[in-house]
Write a protein that binds this ligand. Sequence first.
Ligand code: GLU
Length: 269
Amino acid sequence: MKQQFNKKSFLFLFVLLLVSLTGCKSNTTVEQDTLEKVKRTDKIVWGVKYDTKLFGLMNIEKREVEGFDIDIAKKLTNRILGENGSAEFVEVTSKTRIPLLKNGNIDAIIATMTISEERKKQVDFSDVYFAAGQSLLVHKDSDIRDVTDLNEGKTVLAVKGSTSAENIRKHAPKAKVLELENYAEAFTALQSNQGDAMTTDNSILLGMAAENTDYQLAGKKFTDEPYGIAINKEQNEFQQALNQVIEEMKQDGTYQKIYKKWFKEEPKE
Ligand code: GLU
């Protein structure tokens, strides 16, 4: 009887130990020092867009993701880890990017992401690396000239988890907002007349309009959307390393070169 009790309690303790160890493992993923981890593994896992022309778009033929965010991420990786360091890319959407970062699936987000006070409650940001602003995309025959034309009866398409979906409710309170999963879906919805306009950053809309000449931007930007690289909280050394390289790239012309490659003009600042 006594022996049986001991066996049982041993089994119980063993299971308890296993459970707590598994618990610890998932915690360390997020709590560990990101800079130390990326140096140890010799790679940085970046969360990037796969459906956003100019910033992060999958090239099906090459099976590679391409864009401004991608080139900046590759340079940051090489300068932080050295030429042998590798940049790995994982697809995120506006909705999935913060959960993927917080779960430890990615080390950083570089994905057209606006630095906002709301998001700062969950993640930290690098310094600004791109200045965008929210605008509208409409068919070229549309009567919508700017955001004030989005009145009652109009439907505007936005993407879940984006600042655009929130901002548009303030700037066009009477319009109906339809939220899609990603930018590819939102643009398809616009093309099939499920909405009168689509809204997100001018920089993203310009990429769509360039490829689809039946569509154009309507009106000027009505918000400021400064892009930053998002990382987990309390990763001060990683944050400093990113900021230092961004500054270096601006000083030595690398940033300007990448900017010109994608946007065919000099950076505004
Ligand atoms: N910059 C805006 C945002 O962070 C819109 C682009 C996006 O959804 O990534 O939400």
